[in-house]
Design a protein around this ligand. Structure first.
Ligand SMILES: NS(=O)(=O)c1c(F)c(F)c(-n2cc(CC3CCCCC3)nn2)c(F)c1F
Ligand SMILES: [Zn+2]
Length: 263
């Protein structure tokens, strides 16, 4: 199938040459969420996200996705509650997408692929003092995943889409301020699945509490097309490669439980 070809293209990206997974890793991400096998956990609390748009600093092309980075030197933009015991600070958000609207997400729901997936990355500021430290530790990170569907234009996303042409090439960065990431969350953030997993990019460390939203957000076809106008390659390279299919292949569940906050 064409998706398999896309996986082949993704596997060719330099990011995936070399050791692909933590040897013996049994908590790797992403996974397929088998909805009927998820376990309702009534102890799961509501998620509490408090984001200060003034902590938004820059947007850059890291050669695999584009990251919107936040000042995480204070507790101004935080996530707590839900499955989390501690306070987590927002450090960045980014997306994964396909070359076509038929695929692009990293997680799937009963094997259903979405055209893109948003990840909001937070680190445990009660236990660690730096993101780089938390990335390597158990319960170091909490990542919210939100599925994107193609439909009506997302007004809040447009400010971000308009900034993308300025960071077409790997390594480019521009100032990006006063962006409230809460506008990218679905209206209901209390319906989610949660499981213990890993980063889906190197260093693939098994430090992530994943919180995958049941409800998706809608973006327009044209907005998603601008994501695909980004390049994996830097301006100096003579062959330019469009930034698409920047997703990792699904990983074995290895007996992990996926809990749901809703029945
Ligand atoms: N898909 S994901 O699992 O949500 C996801 C994440 F959770 C991440 F943390 C990163 N991440 C990678 C680094 C480089 C750091 C460079 C210094 C050492 C630690 C990694 N910065 N952020 C990331 F790229 C990503 F895709
Ligand atoms: Zn991601």
């Amino acid at each position: 199938r064409v998706r398999d070809a896309a996986e082949h293209v993704m596997k060719m990206h330099p990011m995936w040459q070399g050791p692909l997974a933590i040897p013996g890793g049994d908590r790797q991400s992403p996974i397929d969420i088998v909805v009927r096998k998820s376990i309702f956990d009534s102890e799961l609390k509501p998620l509490v996200s408090v984001y200060d748009p003034n902590t938004c600093q820059q947007i850059w092309n890291n050669g695999y996705s584009f990251l919107v980075e936040y000042d995480d030197t204070t507790d101004k933009s935080t996530l707590k509650g839900g499955p989390l015991q501690d306070n987590f600070r927002l450090c960045q958000f980014h997306f994964h997408w396909g070359e076509s609207n038929a695929w692009g997400s990293e997680h799937t729901l009963d094997r259903r692929l979405f055209p893109a997936e948003l990840h909001l990355v937070h680190w445990n500021s009660d236990k660690y003092s730096l993101f780089e430290e938390a990335v390597m530790e158990d319960n170091g990170l909490a990542v919210i995943g939100v599925f994107l569907k193609v439909g009506k234009r997302h007004e809040g996303l447009q400010k971000l889409v308009d900034a993308l042409p300025a960071i077409r090439h790997k390594g480019s960065v521009v100032e990006f301020t006063r962006f409230d990431p809460a506008c990218l969350l679905p209206s209901n953030i209390n319906d989610y699945w949660t499981y213990h997993g890993s980063l889906t990019t190197p260093p693939l460390t098994e430090s992530v509490t994943w919180i995958i939203m049941k409800h998706h957000i809608e973006v327009s076809h044209d907005q998603l097309a601008v994501f695909r106008s980004l390049l994996f390659t830097s301006a100096e390279e003579d062959v330019q490669k469009s930034m698409v299919n920047n997703f990792r292949v699904q990983q074995p569940l290895c007996g992990r439980a996926v809990r749901s906050s809703f029945s």
